[in-house]
Design a protein around this ligand. Structure first.
Ligand code: DC
Length: 222
């Protein structure tokens, strides 16, 4: 259904794209696709079932068989609530590895396209503007320095009562960026027609204001 508007929000881990996408979806009253959650689900189930994270075909076959539902902010897979599980660092690490497998990316393509429903969709991830929705109405690419992203993540985890060092988080972020940008399959990069927002020293309110203007401009020119 290509006449349904889509806004893509891509960027590296911790850039705030998930928060921005949720706020944009709320502002416009559109659906929300957190594509990273799909890779996290595949990773979590693979870890649970003991599937080798480099066994691309086995992972893709498993991904195709999953019944994934996003219900009221909950992530339910085959009837089991995985909302908290998929946010663990261990699952994030594994997700970055399964996301490098082409067959896995192909296996979840249809379910991503099926989220494009009226009145519109905000999709966040790494390849939303480049691969999954190349005809998007507006494409945003959110940047932030690795240091600021590590500090934001540190605050989030601290608020949850978890203890980690900024230094360790920074190392993980840099390593994940490397893997996400250097992989052959749908690497992390801005689409040619994406608008890049460098958010290192911007508040989320300002990022939202700029993004709403970008989307409105995109809607006006279609
Ligand atoms: O955004 P996130 O941290 O939840 O994403 C988890 C992993 O999935 C991350 O390492 C990159 C990968 N990913 C991807 O390759 N393509 C997407 N569209 C979304 C996420």
């Amino acid at each position: 259904m290509t006449d349904v508007p889509v806004v893509t929000v891509d960027g590296p881990s911790g850039s705030g794209k998930g928060t921005l996408a949720a706020l944009l979806a709320k502002h416009f009253g559109w659906h929300l696709l957190d594509s990273g959650a799909l890779y996290r689900i595949v990773a979590a189930i693979a870890l649970e079932r003991g599937i080798d994270l480099s066994a691309a075909q086995a992972l893709a076959q498993m991904a195709r068989g999953l019944d994934i539902r996003f219900e009221n902010g909950q992530v339910v897979v085959d009837g089991v609530d995985l909302t908290d599980r998929i946010r663990h660092e261990e699952v994030g690490e594994a997700a970055s590895r399964v996301a490098a497998c082409v067959p896995v990316r192909e296996a979840i393509l249809d379910s991503q396209h099926s989220m494009r429903k009226p009145p519109g969709l905000v999709a966040d991830g790494r390849d939303m503007g480049t691969v999954v929705f190349p005809d998007a109405t507006a494409k945003i690419y959110l940047e932030a320095s690795a240091q600021v992203r590590a500090e934001r993540r540190y605050k989030q985890l601290k608020n949850k009562g978890l203890s980690v060092s900024v230094h360790a988080l920074l190392a993980t972020i840099i390593q994940r960026d490397e893997r996400d940008t250097r992989r052959a399959a749908s690497p992390l990069r801005p689409a040619k027609d994406a608008i890049i927002i460098e958010s290192t020293s911007m508040s989320i309110e300002k990022v939202l204001e700029v993004s709403i203007a970008i989307v409105e401009q995109g809607l006006a020119s279609t």
